[in-house]
Design a protein around this ligand. Structure first.
Ligand code: MBD
Ligand code: FE
Length: 282
């Protein structure tokens, strides 16, 4: 993949599009959606568009504004950002509504598989003097019956104190603030990282244009992204949030759930937090 090298929406969008094409789109279940489902879903989405046009008497100027904007979303590479911010949360709710264990939250556009392994106790890779309050996070991964999950893996990724993700913004070491933690028989982990800052999605591209044109805001609360996996169990994708963040109640991506808000304890210039995961058997 080429890493576009400017901190612009178009550059991070191009990187997110490249990552999606490389990491996600080739698998069979994505390629081979049954004809009956495509027919049903495409027709119902188009019916909803047509009904909206009739209800609000959409004009040719508005139709052409939409067309120009959709073209720009593609040119900016912002389809992953647009879909993950405004659509994914409902897909995620539907996919996990049956779970007894953790319910989870959206993946978003900035996951990269195969982050460097740190063992059950360790730190995510970070720069000397990395910004943000140091955070020590302890917890366990168990099955719904309480059994600790030997060989479970916690993958953690998050933005830095300036709101940038490694591999999507320039001049950050490749795996900065991205790590994998594989657990032993006790299912326990201790992860060292830094507390991220509230995050604004890129405002200088097509998603920003929609936000400005509609009078919305671009903020997400500060968040840690995780994927938690274990043999014989459903993959959990989640995000964890911090209490008191003013955007916990109006996340632009609608991805906050009360069960996902941490309860960190200050300890001098640092903080500790306990949060554990329960996975559903397949
Ligand atoms: C993010 O960091 C994110 O988590 C989501 C869902 C969308 C945009 C940026
Ligand atoms: Fe994020």
């Amino acid at each position: 993949q080429s890493l576009e090298s400017a901190a612009t929406a178009a550059a991070s969008g191009a990187n997110a599009t490249d990552h999606f094409i490389h990491d996600k789109s080739p698998y069979d279940a994505v390629r081979d959606t049954p004809k009956e489902r495509v027919d049903l879903l495409a027709r119902e989405v188009l019916d909803a568009v047509h009904a909206t046009i009739r209800k609000h008497k959409v004009t040719y100027d508005e139709y052409n504004a939409l067309k120009a904007w959709l073209i720009q979303v593609g040119q900016d590479g912002e389809w992953p950002l647009f879909l993950d911010v405004w659509v994914e949360h409902v897909v995620e709710d539907v996919a996990t509504e049956h779970r007894e264990g953790n319910k989870g939250s959206i993946e978003g556009p900035y996951y990269v598989p195969d982050a460097p392994e740190q063992g059950a106790t360790g730190s995510v890779p970070m720069r000397e003097g990395e910004g943000g309050t140091p955070l020590t996070w302890t917890g366990t991964v168990t099955s719904t019956d309480g059994t600790p999950l030997d060989g479970a893996k916690v993958e953690l990724w998050h933005a830095d104190a300036d709101g940038f993700y490694s591999q999507f913004a320039p001049d950050i070491p490749e795996w900065n603030l991205r790590g994998s933690f594989t657990l032993g028989a006790d299912g326990a982990f201790e992860i060292h990282t830094v507390q991220p800052a509230p995050y604004q999605i890129p405002t200088d591209g097509s998603c920003g244009k929609l936000i400005a044109a509609a009078g919305w805001h671009a903020w997400r609360p500060a968040h840690l992204h995780v994927k938690v996996s274990a043999p014989g169990h459903e993959l959990l994708t989640a995000q964890l949030y911090f209490p008191g963040d003013e955007h916990n109640d109006d996340d632009i991506a609608s991805a906050v759930k009360p069960e996902l808000i941490l309860d960190p304890k200050p300890a001098g210039d640092e903080a500790t937090v306990e949060y554990s995961f329960v996975l559903d058997p397949v």
